[in-house]
Write a protein that binds this ligand. Sequence first.
Ligand SMILES: *[C@@H]1O[C@H](CO)[C@@H](O)[C@H](O)[C@H]1NC(C)=O
Ligand SMILES: *[C@@H]1O[C@H](CO)[C@@H](O)[C@H](O)[C@H]1NC(C)=O
Ligand SMILES: *[C@@H]1O[C@H](CO)[C@@H](O)[C@H](O)[C@H]1NC(C)=O
Length: 345
Amino acid sequence: CVLLSFFVLCVFLSFTDPDDVLRNKLIVKMFPLMQDHTVEDPGAPTIAPLSHRIKWSFVTKENVTTILVALEGGVRITENYKDRVQLLSYPGSPTDASIRISELRSSDTGVYRCEVQRDIEDSYDIVHVQVQGIVFHYRAIMGRYSLTFEKANAACTQNSAVMASPEQLQAAYDDGFHQCDAGWLADRTVRYPIHSPRLNCYGDKEELPGVRTYGVRDLNETYDVYCFAEKMTGRVFYTATAEKFTFSEAVVACSNKGAQLATTGQLYLAWQGGMDVCNAGWLGDRSVRYPINIRRPQCGGGLLGVRTVYLHTNQTGYPFPESRYDAFCYTGRSECALPHQQPTC
Ligand SMILES: *[C@@H]1O[C@H](CO)[C@@H](O)[C@H](O)[C@H]1NC(C)=O
Ligand SMILES: *[C@@H]1O[C@H](CO)[C@@H](O)[C@H](O)[C@H]1NC(C)=O
Ligand SMILES: *[C@@H]1O[C@H](CO)[C@@H](O)[C@H](O)[C@H]1NC(C)=O
């Protein structure tokens, strides 16, 4: 008796529950539904469950990283994913290859491939996952450590964001975020993420890297703040003239294009979406920043991220309003009204 045909289909129903994101759980569930389509041959042996191999990989342009392999009831998870990936119902339901990835980080954005192999038959499907949201450090115009809890909350709101949760700051830390400045979080604690401890950046963990915490603080104490911007709803664009703008000219320049100066949170989201501009521009809170996605020595010293132009060398104060920079504008429309106005609209 021969098995006449066999194939497995990975059908993906994937979603991120928006409530999970808001509750800071950041969980993506993926449900590839596998179905055996076997042409019945009355004499054929029953297909042994667990005889197929399930493999999940994370695929980037350069690399394919194995996340896990499941075979004969056993699951092997790659070191990097060990504590945060699980097959939801394997081996209980051996044909369900659903996985859950928790503690999502921005670097988890990408393509996931589910491969199911049985004998020489091989089938796969992919799913695109976009991890949204970004945590950023915010220092007010008044200087370092100038925000009470209430003012910190308002500063995030004014910048299209909310105060970050400890889980969000931890996820940002896991992605490489380092900042030696204590900031408020939504749970009324004060923390900062440290990868390379040095003098005055030790905190409670001495020389170990990690997110430091001062614990829950009196709401009248003043610090910087960590904000979380969740999702880009419109579009940030860069605008410039040869002579550049004072702050008030920048306000007008955006308004002339049917837009307004972008907030700091919007610029961070635009950066996360790939925006790269090697010129500093005004934002709505009167700060001056620029988004760098391509390493160049002359743009932000070869560092990536949203770079901030401070007034003082100790990284406090915003530039004077009459100084001249370009501008970053924001419009709620996600596309240019007039296509010929690309790329600056
Ligand atoms: C590819 O993945 C390996 C192992 O995860 C890693 O060491 C290497 O740096 C990656 N290469 C690129 C170009 O991302
Ligand atoms: C904060 O300061 C205000 C005014 O100085 C005072 O009324 C309030 O009790 C203080 N709150 C806390 C939690 O210390
Ligand atoms: C930073 O430098 C400015 C100007 O020199 C000074 O007024 C301010 O107190 C300094 N702030 C900190 C936190 O050192």
